[in-house]
Design a protein around this ligand. Structure first.
Ligand code: NAP
Length: 280
């Protein structure tokens, strides 16, 4: 079984980013990471993104606000960052606390700076298969991982477990664009194991530690694990039981070391694209 390693694909993306940076003639694009509160998942993602941007020769600035910030105050801050000429791209860490109207913020973000594809304009572009938009980085990372390892997607039967707006749904659209035949599963799906076993490409994005086992995997399938969970022993793990899945799959991504590393590389690539678009 082949282990699909995020670091390899991330290194390929880095080479591409460096090439695109050269074309910007010394300009260093800047990412604004906007965080509200101190959620450990957000802090960990922020740390990863900051170090990845640095490694790729890009700049990242973190804007952190207290958990109880009012909508009025946050909106003012967000609009300031959004309108700042020195900011090329924005990553808003979500979910936001309940007093903040997340939908309103996603409608405010400049689509040209919306690196994680949360604005209605970018969602629509992903839906229509229009490459000018920014797709959510994680969904795009899954496709990049498969393409990086030369896994054919066209005509394949792809099954995605999870239908969230950030992963499952946009990934279904990206797979359709690549001409896969797509099934999206969720908590009301009947006979999940059987549906998953039919997949030639199986993606788990459910947020449930090791819920996908050998019985969910067809012989020779390619298994991609998007999940990032902490198990009962405090250990980081995916939505797939890697050992069990490895018995049947021809290729599989580990957690950690899989899709996560590609996600921040895609974010870096989106940042350079946003900067290039602005300077055109
Ligand atoms: P989410 O918003 O909680 O959505 C989970 C989805 O999985 C829902 O559609 C849910 O169905 C479905 N689901 C949950 N349990 C299920 C079950 N037992 N059987 C079938 N479907 C089930 O999660 P998310 O934001 O998409 O994230 C998913 C996972 O990816 C999490 O572990 C998260 O940490 C990880 N993640 C990773 C990255 C990365 O860069 N690698 C980025 C983002 C997220 P319903 O709709 O019916 O509730």
């Amino acid at each position: 079984m082949v282990i699909l390693k995020g670091a390899e694909i991330s290194a390929e993306i880095q080479t591409e980013v460096e090439r695109q940076l050269e074309a910007l003639g010394g300009y260093v694009p800047t990412l604004a990471i906007v965080r509200v509160g101190e959620n450990p998942d957000d802090l960990s993602y922020e740390r990863g993104a900051l170090s990845r941007m640095k490694k790729f020769g890009l700049q990242a600035v973190s804007y952190a606000y207290p958990q109880d910030i009012s909508m009025e105050e946050f909106q003012k801050e967000f609009l300031r960052i959004n309108g700042d000429e020195a900011v090329d791209g924005i990553l808003l860490l979500r979910p936001l606390p309940p007093q903040l109207d997340e939908e309103k913020i996603t409608r405010m973000i400049d689509p040209a700076k919306d690196l994680d594809g949360i604005s209605p304009e970018n969602i629509a572009r992903v839906f229509l298969g229009d490459e000018r938009g920014f797709a959510p980085c994680t969904a795009e990372a899954v496709v990049r991982m498969l393409k990086g390892y030369r896994v054919p997607i066209e005509g394949k039967r792809a099954v995605i477990v999870g239908r969230s707006a950030v992963v499952g749904r946009p990934l279904a659209m990206l797979f359709l664009k690549e001409h896969a035949t797509v099934t999206v599963c969720h908590t009301r799906t009947r006979d999940l194991e059987r549906v998953c076993r039919e997949a030639e490409i199986l993606v788990a994005a459910a947020g449930k530690a090791r819920m996908i086992g050998a019985d969910h995997v067809g012989e020779g399938a390619v298994a991609v694990d998007v999940g990032i969970n902490v198990d009962e022993n405090g250990k980081l793990c995916g939505d797939m039981d890697f050992e069990a899945v490895s018995e049947k799959a021809s290729m599989a991504t580990p957690v950690p070391g899989g899709v996560g590393a590609v996600t921040t590389a895609v974010l870096a690539e989106h940042l350079v694209r946003a900067a290039a678009g602005k300077r055109r």
